[in-house]
Design a protein around this ligand. Structure first.
Ligand code: FPP
Ligand code: MG
Length: 355
């Protein structure tokens, strides 16, 4: 197996957390660098240069590594986190298992992005052509499958608990995507349905990250429970801010297609709220969206403009802010260590993110 090393990322979330504790900062940088090497090695571990290159493409294109960071922060609540400081012997083994857990969660995430970009017909991801745009849908689907299977192999090395947690999260990811396709059940409110979908498609993976980090590091059960609730809620904050970015940003900012949710007809929270408004602008938006996916670029731009001028954006921001408060509240049950302040700061970064 080739050993690949990874430079610390210039846009690192750790730097933006403004941590007061230099020890924690050093552990996070070290853990992220180890997880990055593990991630790239695992993805490229295949006897074909071309498949190795394809498998590493989206991983190397970018991503904020939010999920690996969550694994590392959650591991700080574990009995084994002190041992994980060192790099040799038992200490090194504990640190290695935490880095593997961090790589595992990012592999599931990148796998899901391959499939998501096929489903959405997305042309770009992380500021580069998406995998389906680059190699076609068949290759992108298989690459997603491959990365998911590699994550499963890492889970098997970590033990039964990791396999169970990964299985649960992957099941919820797929269920969330399927429920997004089916729409609300008879009599179910579209907003309730939307929150269930985003909890499954995004909360599940952020919750996996913190639960896995905490369990691998031997954190006590009450801490695992509090972290799971935090991760679930942070996922909802993440997805709601993503929904707002869809029509608010230019592709250069987000590295994705602008107004893609609108174009493919995904009913995000701001869209649902805008559709429920009165007045001529809401009527025009309804007419545009009810005609089906917005194939035409000028229709897409007009829909994004109507969204920006509606009060739906402000109402969605209020709900986003309430969810961010819930995420911070979930941390109250945890001991007051520097990692807890870091998790609280992370909520603010996710709520106000621009990419
Ligand atoms: C991004 O949502 C997509 C997800 C959060 C989940 C995708 C899950 C699947 C495709 C199911 C398959 C899962 C596995 C494990 C292979 P989005 O389209 O709202 O966000 P975006 O703007 O980043 O595309
Ligand atoms: Mg998408």
């Amino acid at each position: 197996m080739t050993t690949l090393t990874a430079e610390p990322r210039p846009d690192s979330l750790v730097g933006r957390l403004n941590l007061a504790d230099p020890g924690l900062t050093a552990r996070l940088h070290g853990g992220l660098a180890d997880a990055e090497s593990r991630l790239r090695e695992t993805a490229a571990d295949v006897p074909s240069a071309l498949v190795a290159e394809w498998s590493r493409y989206l991983i190397e294109a970018g991503g904020k590594r939010l999920r690996p960071l969550l694994v590392l922060l959650a591991a700080e609540f574990g009995a084994k986190s002190d041992e994980a400081d060192g790099a040799d012997g038992a200490d090194g083994a504990a640190a290695g298992r935490i880095s593997d857990a961090a790589a595992l969660v990012e592999l599931v995430h990148v796998a899901s992005l391959h499939h998501d970009d096929v489903m959405d017909g997305a042309r770009s991801r992380h500021g580069v052509p998406s995998a389906p745009a680059r190699w076609g849908n068949r290759t992108a689907v298989l690459l997603g499958d491959r990365l998911l299977v590699k994550a499963g192999q890492l889970a098997a090395d970590l033990g039964d608990g990791a396999i169970r947690l990964q299985g649960e999260a992957a099941e919820r990811l797929v269920r969330g995507q399927l429920r997004e396709l089916t729409g609300p059940e008879a009599g179910e409110s579209p907003v309730t349905h939307h929150f269930a979908v985003i909890a499954d498609k995004t909360g599940s993976l952020l919750s996996l990250a913190v639960r896995l980090g905490a369990e691998v590091a031997g954190a006590p059960e009450p801490a695992v429970r509090a972290l799971a609730a935090y991760g679930e809620q942070l996922g909802i904050v993440f997805q709601l801010s993503d929904d707002l970015l869809d029509f608010a940003s230019e592709p250069a900012d987000s590295g994705k297609d602008a107004a893609l949710d609108l174009a493919v007809g995904v009913r995000t929270l701001p869209v649902l709220l805008a559709l429920s408004e009165d007045g001529p602008r809401a009527a025009e938006l309804r007419a545009l969206l009810e005609a089906g996916p917005l194939a035409d670029d000028s229709d897409r731009r007009r829909a994004a403009e109507l969204m920006r001028n509606s009060s739906a954006e402000a109402r969605a921001r209020e709900l986003l802010h309430a969810c961010a408060t819930d995420a911070r509240d979930a941390l109250a049950a945890l001991p007051d260590v520097p990692a807890r302040a870091a998790l609280a700061a992370l909520v603010g970064l996710v709520e106000h993110r621009s990419a």
